[in-house]
Write a protein that binds this ligand. Structure first.
Ligand SMILES: Nc1ncnc2c1ncn2[C@@H]1O[C@H](COP(=O)(O)OP(=O)(O)OP(=O)(O)O)[C@@H](O)[C@H]1O
Ligand SMILES: Cc1ncsc1CCO
Ligand SMILES: [Mg+2]
Length: 248
């Protein structure tokens, strides 16, 4: 884990949350049409600044203005393919960090092929659920994030496992998509991408636990998660973190 002990990593994550709040990174999202609002609200709640437009004519200008890009393939159509291709190339050209969520690439061979092509542009972070993750190949310099009961953040032989979280998170559509956008906000700090991705997921997992304390089910969990992303403090991370790591 880049030479850090577990407790050093947890302190890094707590401080990274504070830096996201203070620097207010701009995150451009090429997001599926199902969960645009949740993703924009979740980014705003952690004090990042979202933009969501996806027209091919404008995408390069928005990527240029942003500090990081979050790409999601959930509702791919031909215009979105064009916008995503342009956005990802601009990101790689400008050296901006970017995150790929290959949503539902396990349902469609053409989507999986597209995801695999995109992963060759720049040095992205891959954020995927179990089924999607195992379908794609990532090179050793790409950080691969597999979410689920535990989130595993791997780079080459090194991995960090985040045990924080709550099962209700999986009952709200789009929390995985939002976790990818939150990773992009942490990447915008320009720090080690492996640590940034793991820090983002630790903050997200702890926020999920805080939210669950105020929820009666998925319906009340969603707004509680936004409240928790707004309220979560570095201290919550220091007190609640449950992680393990493998140096490979
Ligand atoms: N069993 C579980 N217990 C706790 N947290 C979970 C569980 N399963 C998933 N999560 C959390 O729920 C969020 C969504 O993860 P998931 O792997 O379901 O992504 P996804 O399928 O891409 O979601 P979506 O497509 O709805 O955005 C992540 O923050 C993950 O940590
Ligand atoms: C349900 C669904 N369908 C396309 S995108 C999306 C939300 C993220 O999975
Ligand atoms: Mg998904």
């Amino acid at each position: 884990m880049s030479g850090l002990t577990s407790s050093e990593f947890v302190r890094h994550a707590a401080a990274a949350l504070e830096r996201v709040r203070n620097t207010r990174p701009r995150v451009h999202c090429l997001m599926n049409t199902v969960v645009q609002k949740l993703v924009a609200d979740g980014l705003s709640a952690i004090d990042a600044i979202p933009s969501m437009t996806s027209s091919p004519e404008e995408v390069e200008a928005f990527v240029e203005k942003a500090d990081a890009l979050s790409v999601n393939l959930g509702t791919l159509d031909s215009q979105r393919r064009t916008s995503i291709t342009l956005g990802v190339s601009a990101s790689a050209r400008l050296g901006r960090p970017w995150v790929l969520d290959p949503a539902h690439c396990d349902y469609s061979a053409s989507r999986a092929t597209f995801a695999q092509q995109l992963l060759r542009e720049g040095t992205p972070i891959l954020r995927a659920n179990e089924a999607e993750f195992w379908l794609l190949q990532v090179s050793d310099d790409v950080v691969g994030v597999r979410t689920g009961k535990h989130d595993v953040v791997r780079k080459g032989a090194q991995s960090i496992t985040i045990e924080n979280g709550h099962p209700l998170t999986a009952k709200v559509t789009g929390t995985g998509c939002l976790s990818g956008a939150v990773i992009a906000a942490f990447l915008a700090l320009g720090e080690d991408p492996h640590l940034s991705a793991a820090s983002a997921l630790l903050a997200f997992g702890v926020a999920s636990e805080l939210a669950a304390d105020h929820a009666r089910g998925p319906g009340s969990f969603e707004p509680a998660l936004l409240d928790a992303l707004h309220a979560i403090s570095p201290d919550d991370i220091l007190k609640r973190a449950r992680i393990s790591h493998d140096q490979g």
